[in-house]
Design a binder for this molecule. Structure first.
Ligand code: FAD
Length: 434
């Protein structure tokens, strides 16, 4: 009888909670990965960096396991259908997986858990992709935090070596099921094509933790941030390992970013309505202008605001945007153009190689002012001042918008002072309704 480990957002054999617990079952262990058609069939662009990355990483894991005389079982299909097939094909004792906090994922896991139980197979899940999850960091009244600063204080108080300890899975690798390597579906077989650009390195750049605090807000500086978001998204690095490194280097700012990540996971887990609605419901009353031509200009990086255009072009070209510029572009869409934050959220969702529903939704609701921990609605980013402060030599701008000084470059599509006042008036009107 086998123990199966269902890998999803935890594509690594080292320091993996579910894999560790599978080894502890004492049975031969074999990992499974499903290319989920419920998700993949929805992707319009068949040149998708995330799918390409998944295929690359699945092949890497497959090779690692083949070297140990084992395999990764890989299927392409809808999880319920795949699991029915696996139950028929293998003699499974238990299935192990790590928690996933998105609405779709929670429903999927519930359905698979029920299916496995019907066949007398145990389904065991563990925390792995966060340092603290759901109810581990609560207020004194045992309610979830909705404001980041007190959450982060409690998070830091609670943090100790126990929570950062790696799961020593490497000690058990001889327990992988001995079998011939199975075939893996290719990108082409799943009707995708490669983008063909390299992905960011898996490790923290050497000196980053010494400089991060000072560099992180300046998008023109090379490696001003870790660029590990894609690896964290797919679990190709362990968040415990990064938090341990930051903790050992006493790099509180970096640790704080990992705390934001946990914060937004627990917001999504506790308040799943954020996936479709404003966290603060009154913000659903805002009368967005939703002008489609203006949205198009924003998407294409043709707004006439150089820092906004630079950010959007970076996103469109490499599938990643610097955090400071994510804040500026998002704020510009919601406030200057009065376009529903959900439009921008969906656009980022299509383009970001590190797309993560919780962080993306949290970032967008923060920019729109509709979320947890929002700045007052009358605070509107001025994109020109932001550029002056965070890209003082306009290096980032010139890199992504080389024609910025030429007459061909568009004039600002909206005047700042007018747009600012229009946003404030529109927000005020919506909030006055309740
Ligand atoms: P670093 O600065 O090196 O930070 C280290 C890690 O901390 C990141 O890899 C990330 O996992 C986490 N982190 C950092 N900042 C945040 C944050 N504000 N919220 C949550 N986690 C954070 N991050 C995503 O991972 N996926 C998204 O889809 C996403 N969408 C965003 C949308 C908007 C509008 C905004 C304002 C922010 C968004 N972020 C998102 C957060 C942040 O911009 C990225 O995590 C960061 O830019 C990734 O680059 P990095 O790995 O170099 O970050």
């Amino acid at each position: 009888m086998l123990s199966l480990v269902w890998l999803r957002r935890d594509l690594r054999l080292h320091d993996n909670a579910a894999l560790y617990h599978a080894f502890k079952s004492g049975r031969p262990v074999v990992p499974v990965f499903i290319f989920d058609r419920v998700i993949l069939d929805e992707l319009e662009d068949r040149r998708d960096r995330r799918v390409e990355f998944l295929v690359q990483e699945i092949n890497r894991l497959h090779d690692e396991l083949a070297k140990m005389g084992s395999t990764l079982i890989v299927r392409y299909g809808k999880p319920v259908d795949v699991w029915k097939e696996l139950i028929g094909q293998y003699n499974i004792g238990d299935v192990f997986a790590n928690h996933d906090y998105e609405v779709y994922a929670k429903e999927r896991d519930k359905a698979i858990g029920e299916l496995l139980t019907e066949h007398s197979i145990g389904f065991h899940t563990s925390k792995d992709q966060t340092i603290f999850e759901r109810d581990e960091v609560l207020t004194g009244k045992k309610t979830p935090y909705t404001v980041f600063t007190p959450y982060s204080r409690k998070w830091r108080e609670k943090l100790n070596d126990f929570y950062l300890k790696p799961y020593p899975t490497g000690n058990y690798f001889s327990q992988f099921w001995k079998t011939n390597p199975e075939k893996i579906p290719t990108l082409k077989e799943m009707d995708f094509q490669p983008v063909g650009e390299p992905f960011p390195a898996r490790t923290v750049p050497d000196t980053l933790l010494d400089t991060y605090r000072k560099t992180r807000d300046f998008p023109a500086l090379p490696h001003s941030t870790s660029e590990l978001s894609m690896h964290l998204r797919f679990g190709t690095v362990s968040v415990r390992e990064l938090a341990r490194q930051a903790s050992e280097a006493d790099e509180k700012t970096y640790l704080n970013e990992l705390c934001w990540r946990d914060f937004y996971f627990q917001v999504l887990d506790h308040f799943p309505h954020v996936e479709k609605h404003s966290f603060r419901r009154t913000y659903d009353e805002i009368e967005w202008r939703n002008n489609e031509d203006e949205f198009e200009k924003w998407c294409e990086g043709q707004t006439g605001y150089p820092i906004v255009d630079a950010g959007m072009r970076q996103l469109n070209t490499i599938g990643w945007m610097h955090n400071r510029v994510r804040m500026i572009t998002a704020s510009f869409l919601c406030k200057h153009l009065l376009i529903d934050w959900r439009w921008g959220e969906a656009y980022f969702g299509k383009k970001l190689r590190d797309y993560d529903l919780s962080a993306n939704n949290g970032g967008w609701q923060w920019a729109a002012g509709s979320g947890t921990d929002a700045a007052p609605y009358f605070r509107v980013f001025n994109p020109t001042l932001q550029a002056r402060k965070f890209d003082p030599k306009a290096e980032y701008i010139h890199y992504w918008v080389p024609e910025v000084d030429s007459p061909d470059y568009p004039k600002p599509m909206v005047e700042h002072t007018m747009a600012r006042q229009r946003a404030i008036d529109t927000y005020r009107k919506a909030l006055a309704k309740v």
